[in-house]
Design a protein around this ligand. Structure first.
Ligand code: PLP
Length: 374
């Protein structure tokens, strides 16, 4: 069988084996419902509390500030929609034009209900600066939502500064940190973040599980009504196995964050150096402060889709835009938002390297690209 090289870690990551093994007992033997009062429910209840504490510690939060969800999309929906309904006087939301669709489509939903939303345009490198936010914000702003790091460009936003601007105007600050959690150091309290969305499958946890951090003191209306789970804020029997898997994967990633970053940065530099050595001319998008391993490259006069499919035939998985856009051959809204010219936008691919990639794989990726460009 042809060797498979996975270079699309921003779309999803491989489930960590320790996380997988940590999940097993909760799927088989310890199947009790954590909400029940009898002894058989005690273990899952304790495990749930432990997982919440582990996750909180990884992002500098208190355990009671962590609410389990089904992933990044649900966390974003909750963070965007619920604040809009909660104050009849402060009604406006501000976000950026290059957010993930989980944020953009949630914003569109509240707009349809009559809540105004403004979409900030990022710089051409892919950043929302505090000055850009200052131009949009008013004292009617209820919520500012800017992603921690862009999923197509990798650009890491000035979160603390943006949060400061929001707070000066009495607005909440939410960040979609789906691409950042488990990959870069972040401390929600130090950064002054009010709400943060995360998704386990982006940091080697299982799919279909994530969390929303909500700063203590914020009265966020419930996302799902029903039972008393998640403090009555997100009803539904907890997915214990996936929550344990998420906590295990996040802790492992956070404990090895610096070494992972150094390793992945070295792979990234190797890839760019080898592309240069091979005489392949590219423009890198995303400016100078990007997520380790997330590389958005544009090539003139070529079709990014064609590169993706030829790489696929050679056993290499990469992306053109975000995974959620894989059926859409239009230029991505992210590349449009940064004003990339159409020729380069059409010739854009995203490589996202992770801790499981090797130097040999990077060399094979460049070799495959050399074949395509020769
Ligand atoms: N936000 C960002 C920035 C993402 O990259 C993604 C997934 O690609 C999501 C949200 C959606 O997360 P999930 O797949 O957990 O629903």
């Amino acid at each position: 069988m042809k060797k498979h090289i996975y270079a699309d870690n921003a779309a999803t990551t491989q489930l960590d084996r320790d996380a997988f093994e940590a999940m097993l007992p909760w799927l088989l033997d310890e199947y009790g419902n954590a909400s029940q009062p009898y002894a058989f429910a005690r273990k899952p209840k304790k495990a749930l509390a432990k997982a919440r504490a582990i996750i909180a510690e990884c992002i500098g939060a208190f355990p009671e500030e962590i609410f389990f969800t089904s992933g990044g999309t649900e966390s974003d929906n909750w963070a965007i929609k619920m604040p809009a309904y909660s104050d009849p006087n402060k009604r406006a939301t501000i976000t950026s034009a290059f957010e993930h669709h989980a944020v953009l489509h949630s914003c569109a939903a509240i707009e349809r209900l009559g809540f105004p939303v403004a979409y900030m345009r990022p710089t051409k490198d892919g950043y929302i600066t505090p000055e850009i936010l200052e131009d949009y914000i008013t004292d009617n702003t209820r919520l500012v939502s800017v992603m921690f790091a862009n999923n197509e460009l990798g650009s890491i936003q000035p979160i603390k500064e943006l949060g400061n601007v929001a707070h000066r105007h009495g607005a909440f600050f939410h960040t979609d940190a789906v691409q950042a959690v488990g990959h870069i150091n972040l401390d929600v309290h130090n950064l002054g973040i009010d709400m943060l969305s995360a998704s386990a499958h982006k940091f080697n946890g299982p799919k279909g599980i994530g969390f929303l951090y909500v700063r203590k003191g914020i009265e966020l209306p419930p996302y799902a009504d029903g039972g008393a789970q998640e403090g009555g804020h997100r009803a539904g029997t907890e997915n214990i196995a996936c929550i344990i898997g998420m906590a295990t994967a996040l802790k492992k990633n956070c404990d090895t964050l610096e070494e992972n970053q150094m390793y992945i940065r070295a792979l990234e530099e190797r890839l760019l150096r080898q592309l240069g050595d091979a005489g392949i001319k590219y423009t890198r998008n995303g400016g100078s402060n990007t997520l380790p391993g997330l590389i958005s490259l544009s090539f003139a006069d070529v079709d990014g889709e064609a590169i993706l499919h030829r790489m696929d035939l050679m056993g290499i998985s990469i992306s053109t835009g975000s995974a959620c856009d894989s059926k859409n051959t239009e230029i991505s809204h992210v590349l449009k938002a940064i004003g990339l010219n159409e020729n380069l936008a059409k010739g854009t691919i995203r490589l996202s390297l992770g801790k499981a990639n090797t130097e040999e794989e990077v060399t094979d990726i460049v070799r495959a690209m050399s074949r395509i460009f020769s």
